[in-house]
Design a protein around this ligand. Structure first.
Ligand code: IMP
Length: 469
């Protein structure tokens, strides 16, 4: 037997989420007392360890706002012209730290149509805008009976600036007003705060100026895009499948020196990758870790190379511990099917998890609903799928067709409704998970977590089984 045989015989186990479970431990606290504060990058704090992946069926400004309001972060995808990506980033940064709804009437709408609209929404009062989107007052249901156009019945009323958003929330909650119009500095309506919005349980992740946090995906070779987004997005997230690549590292080495935003580098799948990158690039503020675990990924199948997320996270964490670089957050990216995988990724050393599929089926994700029979879906695709690549090549002259293989698939995911509910469920389940382990915070989870290996049969046993559902 020689060294080639040894490569097979002595191969380490590349653990995946399905291979291991966490063991329960003594809980000194109840799940509601668990704290999930963490960091996405060295200078970016989150209230919950969830990030939305930079994919064109997931992360545009609406998902960005929702994630940040709930305490996480979205990374705006780059499969669009750089000006458009910047606009999405700006919309998150300029959004008030409150949930608001896109509800309004135009002044030139008929009173009858306005009444129907308000009845459908169940709202007595709705802001009115002129053709240019400028706030002109409120329409009140009872006053729309004897008029032709809404313009005739507009009632003046207080509108609130973004800075006054919390005041607006108080006014709505105290019943002083039915709804509150929130305006930008030019008097344009940004959105409407309804009672349901005011009651939404939010705990926003904010920058030092009190604005929502947001990330932007970048290519290491698109210097113009990097310059445009730097200082606007809180964090720039390198968006390549294999960042442990000499060209990627050399390019990042040059561009990273002048950055003011945090820089998260990825994806990587080994401790050596982390070490090589840190040896060359000074201001790495985080690593995006995991290769080929994504639900839409066919890299492993097509090229036979992968570093499953759970395994890769542990390797990178060990390398960072060895280097004493324990302040650099690791974001576990790919294959997170729910809070059960999230807690395993965190226990293996991650600070946060990045998810695509989990958020793709929500109202806030950009793709339209697809109805098949009596079921409703939303499209979800890999960024290296044929459809996504064709769009990128068509519009981004800086993207390079480095590889000629498709490494992603396009498909549908079940429609899941509001992303706010999806995040709430994830957070509740994650808190319960930490409760079982007996950890009251993510750092305590790192210390206390103990894994055990499951046999393939065991995987069946710990799911609902032997019953018709
Ligand atoms: P998911 O949450 O399991 O759906 O995985 C999302 C992650 O898959 C993203 O954050 C990327 O790291 C990765 N990814 C996105 N598009 C592709 C692709 O086309 N091929 C391989 N991996 C992809």
């Amino acid at each position: 037997m020689g060294s080639f045989y040894d490569k097979l015989a002595k191969a380490p186990q590349a653990f995946t989420f399905e291979d291991l479970i966490l063991l329960p431990g003594l809980a000194e606290i109840e799940p509601w007392q668990v704290r999930l504060e963490t960091k996405f990058s060295v200078n970016l704090e989150l209230k919950i360890p969830f990030a939305a992946a930079p994919m064109d069926t997931v992360s545009e400004w609406q998902v960005g706002v929702a994630l940040a309001l709930k305490g996480g972060i979205a990374v705006i995808h780059r499969n669009m012209p750089r000006e458009e990506q910047l606009e999405h980033v700006r919309r998150v940064k300029e959004h008030p730290p409150l949930k608001i709804t896109n509800v309004y009437l135009e002044a030139n709408v008929s009173c009858q149509a306005a009444r129907e609209y308000m009845r459908e929404l169940g709202l007595r009062t709705v802001p009115v805008v002129d053709r240019g989107g400028k706030f002109v007052g409120y329409a009140v249901y009872g006053l729309l009976e004897n008029c032709k156009m809404v313009a005739e019945a507009v009632k003046p009323g207080k509108a609130y600036s973004v800075e006054e958003a919390l005041k607006a929330r108080k006014a709505v909650l105290n019943g002083e007003v039915d709804v509150a119009a929130i305006l930008d500095s030019k008097g344009l309506l940004i959105g409407t705060l309804t009672v349901a919005d005011a009651l939404e349980d939010i705990n926003p992740a904010l920058d030092k100026s009190g604005r929502l946090v947001v990330g932007a995906a970048i290519s290491p070779f698109d210097v113009e895009r990097i310059k445009m987004l730097d200082g606007v997005a809180d964090v720039l997230v390198v968006d390549v499948a294999h960042a442990h690549n000499r060209n990627v590292i050399e390019s990042l080495k040059k561009v990273s020196k002048e950055l003011t935003s945090d820089l998260v580098v990825g994806n990587i799948g080994s401790g050596e990758a982390a070490k090589d990158i840190l040896a060359s690039i000074e201001n790495v503020a985080g690593f995006r870790v995991g290769i080929a675990s994504g639900s839409i990924c066919k890299t492993g199948e097509v090229v036979g190379v992968a570093a499953p997320t759970l395994y890769a996270v542990a390797l990178v964490r060990d390398a960072l511990e060895e280097l004493g670089a324990t302040n650099i957050p690791i974001i576990a990216d790919g294959g997170i099917k729910g809070a059960g995988d999230a807690v395993k990724a965190l226990a293996a050393g991650a600070w946060a998890v990045m998810c695509g599929r989990l958020f793709a089926g929500t109202d806030e994700a950009p793709a339209p609903l697809v109805r098949i029979g009596d079921k409703v879906y939303k499209p979800y695709r890999g960024m290296a799928s044929r459809g996504a690549l064709e769009k990128r090549w068509a519009m981004d002259r800086y993207s390079r067709r480095a590889k000629k293989v498709e490494e992603g698939v396009e498909g549908l995911v079940e429609y899941r409704g509001s992303i706010y509910r999806v995040i709430d469920e994830l957070v509740e389940a994650l808190k319960a998970a930490l409760g079982y382990v007996g950890a009251k915070s993510i750092p305590e989870l790192w210390r206390k977590a103990r894994f055990a290996k499951l046999s393939p049969r065991g995987v069946q046993e710990i799911r609902p089984h032997s019953i018709h559902i």
